[in-house]
Design a protein around this ligand. Structure first.
Ligand code: SF4
Ligand code: SF4
Length: 337
């Protein structure tokens, strides 16, 4: 707020409290963040506010220099919510320059700026990049616009060319945080080489640092693949019950937790597991959590959380009066707390 007091929320808490509404605010989408779709189209954020910026495979695209004024009713994506934003131009100060004083009690709702809780530790520029749509799974709740089993993979040459364009037009010598996803990115036979290429590029303004890389994967590759990938990237595993194989998945996570515990170079690498829980499968989620927690070093080296699958799930029902998904049992809803 104007007094410099702050309070931290997770994206889920913001949504649950209806605080994810910033219509009329100035947002750094496009200035500090790029969202690249599977075909290379660039937007400032997942919400696409401010419209099309360019295509990452073209030599010249220009990132946005001005803040976008939000017109959306809700900000619904976790990465969008974490973008810096401020109510009036004069509140830019609170979003950038102030190190807020965290207060114990939630202040009156006179918020004037939003900043990422870790903003002093993370690179200021972020690229959320859907590298393609090809996936080896075909989850029933996954929209066809998000994944398919037939699309050709981008070549290493196309991806490194796009990366050079991002360096020239968006990063301009700065360190960037890259979040790779889109279909199942590890299905691309060139993905590991591309990750190594991004990691090996030297940001001119901070030559001793590397770009930050984070990958979202369904965990279907073998342990050796992930043991190599984690040397360059943090990993979020999405568990999809319709296709995953539990013993194989536990082997992957077990070997990563062991490697991370032994190797000091990996101590800051993130390992997260997000279990996607369709209605009626809460018991399976709990059993997987128990098995994960029984793996050596798991509790010290990895985190697990559960996500409900809402409107895309088969048989999903929602009670608009109480704003509660009625397809989940009380026990399942407790898992999401
Ligand atoms: S990212 Fe969120 S706050 Fe920013 S323009 Fe989009 S919906 Fe609005
Ligand atoms: S693993 Fe992810 S991208 Fe692939 S089909 Fe399932 S939800 Fe879609």
């Amino acid at each position: 707020n104007e007094k410099g007091e702050s309070f931290s929320y997770s994206a889920e808490e913001l949504m649950a409290r209806g605080l994810n509404r910033w219509r009329g605010w100035h947002c750094t989408a496009g200035v500090e963040n790029m969202y690249i779709t599977h075909d290379g189209s660039i937007y400032g954020s997942v919400c696409r506010e401010g419209g099309f910026i360019g295509n990452v495979f073209e030599v010249n695209f220009y990132n946005r220099m001005k803040y976008v004024k939000c017109t959306r009713r809700y900000c619904t994506c976790g990465t969008d919510m974490a973008l810096r934003k401020f109510k009036r131009l004069k509140n830019r100060y609170q979003a950038y320059h102030i190190t807020p004083v965290e207060v114990d009690e939630e202040p009156e709702r006179d918020y004037v700026a939003v900043q990422n809780h870790y903003q002093n530790e993370i690179p200021p520029k972020q690229v959320l990049w859907d590298l393609g749509r090809r996936c080896n799974y075909a989850c029933s709740y996954c929209p066809p616009a998000t994944s398919n089993r037939y699309e050709a993979h981008k070549t290493l040459g196309s991806l490194t060319h796009a990366m050079t364009n991002i360096e020239n037009s968006f990063l301009k010598g700065d360190v960037g945080k890259f979040i790779f996803g889109g279909g199942e990115p590890t299905m691309n036979p060139d993905f590991l080489d591309f990750v190594k290429d991004v990691h090996g590029r030297v940001p001119a303004n901070s030559p001793k640092e590397n770009h930050w890389i984070h990958v979202t994967t369904n965990g279907s590759r073998l342990p050796d693949y992930y043991l190599e990938l984690i040397r360059y990237a943090g990993l979020t595993f999405s568990v999809h019950f319709e296709f995953y194989q539990k013993p194989k998945f536990l082997e992957v996570i077990g070997s990563l937790a062991q490697a991370k515990a032994k190797d000091p170079n990996l101590q800051w690498r993130y390992i997260g597991i997000r279990i996607m829980v369709p209605p009626g499968r809460g018991g399976e989620a709990q059993s997987l959590i128990d098995d994960l927690k029984a793996l050596p070093h798991f509790d010290d080296q990895a985190v697990v959380n559960v996500s409900p699958l809402l409107e895309f799930s088969p048989n999903y029902e929602f009670d608009f009066e109480s704003k509660m998904p009625t397809s989940y049992s009380a026990q399942e809803l407790a898992l999401f707390d």
